[in-house]
Ligand binder design. Sequence first.
Ligand SMILES: *[C@@H]1O[C@H](CO)[C@@H](O)[C@H](O)[C@H]1NC(C)=O
Ligand SMILES: *[C@@H]1O[C@H](CO)[C@@H](O)[C@H](O)[C@H]1NC(C)=O
Ligand SMILES: *[C@@H]1O[C@H](CO)[C@@H](O)[C@H](O)[C@H]1NC(C)=O
Length: 469
Amino acid sequence: MSKHDKSNDLSICKTVLICGLVLYMCTIIFLNNSDRFPSSDLFSTSQTIKSSNVAETNISHLVFGLLGNEKAWYHRKHYVEAWWRPNVTRGHLFLDVPPKGNLLPWSLSSPPYRISDDVSKLLKETKHVDARVLRIVHGIMEVVREAREDVRWVIMGDDDSVFFVDNMVDILAQYDHNKYYYFGGHSEFILSNYWYSFNQGFGGAGIILSYPLAKTFANNVMSCLKRYAHLKSSDRTTMLCVADLGVNLSPLQGIHQIDLRGDISGFLSYHPKSLLASLHHYDMVNPIFPSMNRAQSGFHLQNVAKYDQSRMLQQTICHHRSQSWTFSVSWGYSAHIYEKIMPRSWIQRPIETFQTWQRSPRPPHYMFDTRSPSWNPCEAPHMFFLKSVEKMRSGEIVTTYTRGWPRGIGACLPSGNYSAEYVSEIHVYSSATKRTKIDRCECCDVTHETGSNKADIKYRECKIDEIIA
Ligand SMILES: *[C@@H]1O[C@H](CO)[C@@H](O)[C@H](O)[C@H]1NC(C)=O
Ligand SMILES: *[C@@H]1O[C@H](CO)[C@@H](O)[C@H](O)[C@H]1NC(C)=O
Ligand SMILES: *[C@@H]1O[C@H](CO)[C@@H](O)[C@H](O)[C@H]1NC(C)=O
């Protein structure tokens, strides 16, 4: 053995010894920490160390705090019962006063309720100027106070919002719940963001706080309410409180405040490529299905969502070349036929069927590109709305869309005078496999025999070089 080898051996011995020591100390520190911090405490070091092998986030890790009032609950309960899963979804409805009349006995299909803390007492304590704002912001603390210890995400929302809970789980599962997150959505109406803040989540549509943030927020809510006692916006106050804790908004594209008015079918038919999480202001817009009222529309939408939430409102476009038609499907909601071959880049822009939230004399109105409704037969789509959904024996899901109304403006002549007026029903076949990672849209193929009043569309993944134009 050479001198060189010997010194090598010695250094290996040293390394082994040091490694052993380090390991030993780590174990001691780890054990001490797990003793010092009970595993129920989400802030504990042991939780962070374990975070590589924690269970995937599921619906039980989400807690909802829905702020409502007794008066409106008589009709709004239908919207919430459409998405709430009794004994599965966690959380509470917070009412301003105890329920009365035919709200009792309390419906088992509704979220269990709580009465908000005594606002007049809190007003005195904080010198806040606005009871409504105080109740909502303080509500976050009340939700945290009621939450079970395994909660990962706290979701605040209004009682005139519909949530897509499976999608929310799939979105949130992509993030580390031990970190500080404040998720929400902007207003669609530019001026609302300008008036309130471009940095706030608009609360009715849902703001989502990771548990560490929600807990810190709750601990400091009274000091924040005092600090911003003059403010008359709960969403802005929440944003300011969060900002003072060192955290800023991460906008999520699937959360929709719906600061729009009238017919929002144009908006819902051209949804951005991300999982649908919520639709707010359900009471402020027309019923989303033309032949139904609001409550029926809510159940209709949530019913199709039971089959496949991941594809809800995802836009898929395909062309029927022999007749120069373009089909655009918003899964689970609508299907449009254009009598011209149109590129996806053009079709993806929402048609402005809706109006602004408040009077706004000149553009820009919206936070997204739009196109104006057109009476040009080459630009105006034939509109179809979801009628039914079923799962086939093969596992595929068929959604059927029927014509909303006759278009009645003649055919698009330059592209061959092929009217689609006689098409009355569109069947869309999609895979039963969820599609939660939306890096690219799906593609589709059309089957339609000339003269038939039905068209079939079959979804598939796009080919590598496929161009949707
Ligand atoms: C969610 O995961 C937890 C483990 O963290 C498990 O105990 C619970 O049963 C799961 N809930 C559902 C609804 O899958
Ligand atoms: C929910 O749980 C309660 C008590 O455990 C039970 O009485 C009730 O029937 C359940 N509701 C549903 C819809 O399963
Ligand atoms: C377009 O088609 C309709 C129905 O097939 C026909 O009556 C009409 O004359 C056609 N128009 C032109 C300009 O070709």
